[in-house]
Design a protein around this ligand. Structure first.
Ligand code: FAD
Length: 473
């Protein structure tokens, strides 16, 4: 007979495992099915390993440029094997932590590939989960009252441009490079492409980015994207925008040679490696969706605002439903789904309340509407912009690159968007998240007392700048 549960979650990435903990905390009997490792993309092939490599690259760059602090460092070199070891150690430590959290929450973890079955002898409705166990033992049947699909996403490749794992890599492969290439072409200048570009440039790899749209980090405020492109170029990164790689003109030899098409021009460039960072596709295959009435749109599972699919007892959260494919979005969606199962009347998630971060050098962080989006939505907008050059702590830190821009509704002083580029802005953005949550006005932000000297002063200064009253600029 199948094991019965209140909730069974398919996939133990950030979305799945956080949802499992929330469900267990609420007293629901909970199981999670994972075919690889709990922690999923974010822990094993995403957020954590990439940030670990970025940190090592930043330390290398800072040590090489320490002279302006009055410190001379000689013999600074990269031991890339050790860089990778450090990354692995951090991932393993967190991996153990997540496994312990599953035990602490008394969550049953089934290691294997889960599939949703249709109506069966066990249940008149779809939703029984069959787990093909990793250890080869007999399939296990789970009978949940509610299913949550959290199977995540995988790197996309282009129809005619496939990764071979050697010369042409996905982000999964690039994170595990054994040695640094001398040069790399990064196809796709979104968050993942830009983070790799920044990290590899700091490690002195010759980097070229080819981006299809007119800006790096499409979706960010254009002022931010332009500034980012400028600073990357100043660091030697070559950037082609409004450009694409012709998949029919790829030549592999000692390295890879590609033809970039930009405004009717063809430019041939070569590098040791190519990284494909052209987006992620939802993992909807081989999970039994054909046994359900679940709707798919553009390759992603369709849900309502409480993450219920067309079958009301089957929810889907995280990267598998598309939208903003971020770890903190996946986990928050899972929490909302559990609150909905419990009839707690959760508030639907408002996408303008979700912070987005890119951990390049300089970092980029934003929340809410860009200036253009706000204008397109009919708001009459006032903006304030302050450079890190006018912030004392930035000078002390030796890093004055970047600025903060606030987008405010002229009619009622509501904060519509905050856009930041510079050192540590992925930390600073949380003040804006709280301000958005409690519906703070621009005046309230400008009246918030920030400590001095602190990088966070830039938020208060930018709020004053909206009224033309910034103190230091
Ligand atoms: P996933 O984390 O992908 O987890 C899905 C899990 O389901 C996997 O463990 C998979 O093995 C399992 N699974 C799939 N099918 C089955 C099945 N049939 N049976 C059992 N198990 C199954 N986001 C951020 O917010 N911040 C960042 O800094 C950041 N950096 C990133 C860097 C990189 C290089 C990449 C690739 C991504 C990054 N992301 C970042 C995105 C983030 O990793 C994802 O948004 C997040 O992991 C999505 O969580 P999820 O639970 O939906 O899916």
């Amino acid at each position: 007979m199948p094991e019965e549960y209140d909730v069974v979650i398919l996939g133990a990435g950030t979305g799945g495992y956080v949802t499992a903990i929330k469900a267990a905390q609420e007293g629901l009997t909970t199981a999670i099915v994972e075919k690889d490792k709990v922690g999923g993309t974010c822990l094993h092939t995403g957020c954590i390993p990439s940030k670990s490599l970025l940190k090592s690259a930043e330390v290398y760059s800072e040590m090489k440029n320490s002279e302006h602090f009055g410190i001379e460092a000689s013999g600074v070199s990269v031991q890339f094997g050790k860089v990778q070891e450090r990354k692995e150690k951090i991932v393993q430590q967190l991996y153990q932590g997540v496994q312990q959290l599953m035990q602490k929450g008394k969550i049953d973890v089934y290691k294997g590939h889960g599939r949703i079955l249709g109506s069966s002898i066990f249940s008149p409705i779809s939703g029984t989960i069959s787990v093909e166990m990793e250890d080869g033992s007999e399939n296990v049947m789970l009978l949940p009252k509610n299913v949550i699909i959290a199977t995540g996403s995988s790197p996309k490749t282009l129809a005619d441009l496939k990764a071979d794992g050697e010369k042409i890599m996905t982000s999964n492969q690039a994170l595990n490079l054994e040695e640094l290439p001398k040069s790399i072409i990064i196809v796709g200048g979104g968050v993942i492409g830009v983070e790799f570009a920044s990290m590899l440039a700091d490690f002195e790899v010759d980097v070229t980015i080819v981006e299809y749209s007119s800006f790096l980090l499409p979706g960010e405020d254009e002022d931010i994207s332009q500034h980012l492109q400028q600073t990357l170029e100043n660091r030697g990164v070559k950037v082609f925008t409004d450009a694409n790689v012709n998949p029919e003109k790829i030549k592999k030899g000692g390295g890879v040679s590609v033809t970039v098409e930009q405004e009717a021009e063809e430019i041939e460039i070569s590098a040791d490696k190519v990284l494909l960072s052209v987006g992620r596709k939802a993992n909807i295959e081989d999970i039994g969706l054909e046994n359900t009435d679940i709707e798919i749109d553009n390759g992603c599972i369709v849900t309502n605002q409480y993450y219920q699919s067309k079958e009301s007892h089957i929810y889907a959260i995280g990267d598998v439903i598309g939208g903003m494919q971020l770890a903190h979005v996946a986990s928050r969606e899972g929490i909302t789904a559990i609150d909905h199962i419990l009839n707690h009347s959760p508030m639907p998630i408002d996408s303008t309340m979700i912070p987005k971060c890119t951990y390049s050098r300089p970092e980029v962080a934003s929340i809410g509407l860009t200036e253009k989006e706000a204008q397109n939505q009919g708001f009459s907008v006032k903006t304030g912009r302050v450079s890190f050059r006018s912030i004392g702590k930035a000078l002390v830190a030796g890093d004055t690159e970047g600025f903060t821009k606030l987008v405010v509704n002229e009619e009622n002083d509501d904060l519509l968007g905050v856009h930041m580029i510079g050192s540590h802005v992925t930390e600073l953005i949380s003040e804006a998240s709280l301000a958005k949550l409690i519906d703070a006005s621009n005046l309230e932000i400008s009246e918030t007392i920030h400590p001095h000297p602190a990088l966070s002063e830039i938020v208060g200064e930018a709020a004053l700048a909206v009224e033309g009253k910034a103190i230091h600029s």
